[in-house]
Design a protein around this ligand. Structure first.
Ligand code: T5A
Length: 214
């Protein structure tokens, strides 16, 4: 029987460099002969990608999602993503590198949006169950630098990016709180490093954690 693959998630605020790091990790782990499935949330399966559009670009007549409705949409997308993409990959023995996962719901919809944590605990039991990440890399970057990077990239902000500074400060603090509360699973990385140095720091943590790539 194939051993279950490893499940690595990348977390942090907007524009901290998660997608860039996910690409570098996929290349470097792939070069070591590991089958990688690189994916993201919201999204990562056709159904979840359809929900992504609804969440991040709500139709004008919706008037923006209220926090509980938004959390439920994220879990609908996550449930589909787990069933169609993540669990099959882990069962094959592939490694999954996922740009955002449940910690994002706890940071955005709970800490910043005010959804009760016990409601998310219940959704976690129903949708995620035992498929929780083996390792979470939390990218820590000051909001000022992240905003400069986002401005340089020039894309129009989506419904969540466009929220207030206070909302995003609560998100920033929440990721560090989550990392402190889960030291076995979470590693905080300094995301002000260059892309190459950040990838090197992440690979060091991954190889210390997982004997099969040493
Ligand atoms: N959300 C998501 C919730 O509210 N709840 C949830 O449960 C989930 C799953 C997703 C949105 O949904 C919310 C959070 C988000 O608001 P998204 O479009 O996927 O939306 O947004 P992000 O995940 O924030 O992705 P971004 O692409 O905006 O940011 P990244 O991936 O962190 O950053 P990246 O790699 O694209 O880099 C940003 C810019 O910085 C440069 C890059 O070239 C790029 O221009 N850069 C660096 N520059 C210098 N040094 C480095 N180390 C750099 N790394 C990247």
């Amino acid at each position: 029987m194939t051993a279950r693959g490893r499940f690595i998630t990348l977390e942090g605020g907007e524009g901290v460099g998660k997608s860039t790091l996910a690409g570098a990790l996929a290349r470097q782990l792939g070069a070591r002969g590991i089958q990688i499935v690189r994916t993201r949330e919201p999204g990562g399966s056709p159904g979840a990608e359809a929900l992504r559009k609804l969440i991040l670009s709500p139709p004008d007549d919706v008037g923006g999602w209220q926090s509980t409705a938004e959390a439920l949409l994220f879990y609908a997308a996550r449930s589909d993503h787990l069933d169609r993409t993540i669990r099959p990959a882990l069962t094959r023995g592939d490694w999954v590198i996922c740009d955002r996962f449940s910690d994002s719901t706890r940071a955005y919809q709970v800490a910043a949006g005010g959804v009760a944590p016990e409601h998310i605990d219940a959704l976690e039991r129903v949708c995620v169950g035992p498929t929780s990440p083996d390792l979470t890399l939390v990218l820590d970057l000051s909001m000022a630098i992240a905003r400069t990077r986002m401005t340089a990239r020039g894309a129009r902000p989506d419904a969540i990016e466009a929220r207030s500074l206070a909302y995003h400060e609560a998100v920033y603090r929440a990721f560090l709180d989550i990392a402190r509360a889960n030291p076995q699973r979470c590693i905080v990385l300094d995301a002000s490093l260059s892309p190459d140095d950040l990838a090197r720091a992440a690979m060091t943590e991954i190889s210390q954690r997982f004997a099969e790539i040493r």
